[in-house]
Structure formats: structure tokens, C-alpha cells
Design a protein around this ligand. Structure first.
Ligand SMILES: [Zn+2]
Length: 149
């Protein structure tokens, strides 16, 4: 029996998937935190960078960053496309600078900033121990802002 081949995604579909809100990694992390009893707002537009997850009680913003768009350092997913290299380099540099500005603005407001990378989420989905370790790290970072740990 011939296997049905999946239609390859078009470039714009790929982009939407990588860049879009409510991406799988983001939803995955949200669900985990919800199960841990955390309550939050998503895509809080009034805050710099509209954090993917904002825990008001803990004054903590969490960004789930795609490794490609946000140039995760030393990460295999952080690559520069072969064509139009200058365009991509400038674009990525702008993204990174924007992230930096937003994080600083949040910190200045007394808001704790946590960045979780796409590749970390990927690993969490695959390796149970890694998931537990990451989750306790994230929880500690959240509570840490109020000196609760
Ligand atoms: Zn990465």
C-alpha cells in the first residue's frame, strides 16, 4: 500500500507557523503552567513586546521564542537562509534588538522576563526528565520575582 505523501508546506505556511501567535510550543507551555495552577493573560498588548504569557500575580512575562526568528545563539535552528543573506541578517538583527528593548522596558517596570526557546520546548516534549527540570526552573524563576523561593 502506497503511503500518502503529505503536501509540502508553502513558504508562507512555514512562515506563519514559525512566526504566528498561538504556535504549538507556546500552547504547550501554557497548558503546562495552567496545570501547575498558574493563571495568566496571553499576548498582553499593553506591555512591551506583548508577552506570550503574562502572570500578573507574579509580575512575570514569558516569551516563547522561535529559534529562527529570534536568533537563538548556538542553536542549530538559528540559520541564515542562503539567498538574500543581507536582508535576513538585517531582519534578524532588528528582531534581536527589538527583543532586547522590550525586555529592558519590562525589567524597568519591575517585571521579570523569562525566555523559553522553541528548541527547549521541543526537548521538553521528548524527554520527560528534561521537561521536569525545565518546568521547575521556570517555576523558580516565576516565584523568584516575589522572593517566594
Ligand atoms: Zn534554539
Amino acid at each position: 500500500m502506497a503511503k500518502k505523501k503529505k503536501r509540502p508546506m508553502t513558504r508562507s505556511e512555514t512562515m506563519a507557523r514559525i512566526k504566528g501567535k498561538n504556535t504549538k510550543p507556546e500552547v504547550y507551555l501554557r497548558k503546562l503552567l495552567w496545570h501547575e495552577g498558574f493563571r495568566y493573560r496571553i499576548h498582553h498588548k499593553a506591555l512591551p513586546g506583548s508577552p506570550d504569557i503574562y502572570l500578573a500575580k507574579y509580575k512575570t512575562a514569558i516569551f516563547v521564542n522561535g529559534c529562527f526568528w529570534h536568533m537563538h545563539e548556538n542553536c542549530k535552528h538559528s540559520t541564515i537562509p542562503k539567498t538574500n543573506q543581507n536582508f535576513w541578517k538585517e531582519k534578524f538583527a532588528r528582531n534581536v534588538a527589538r527583543d532586547c528593548r522590550n525586555h529592558k522596558a519590562l525589567l524597568d517596570m519591575g517585571i521579570n522576563v523569562i525566555v523559553v526557546w522553541g528548541c527547549e520546548i521541543e526537548e521538553m516534549r521528548k524527554v520527560e526528565q528534561y521537561k521536569e527540570d525545565m518546568l521547575s526552573f521556570i517555576k523558580e524563576s516565576i516565584m523568584g520575582n516575589l522572593g517566594l523561593t
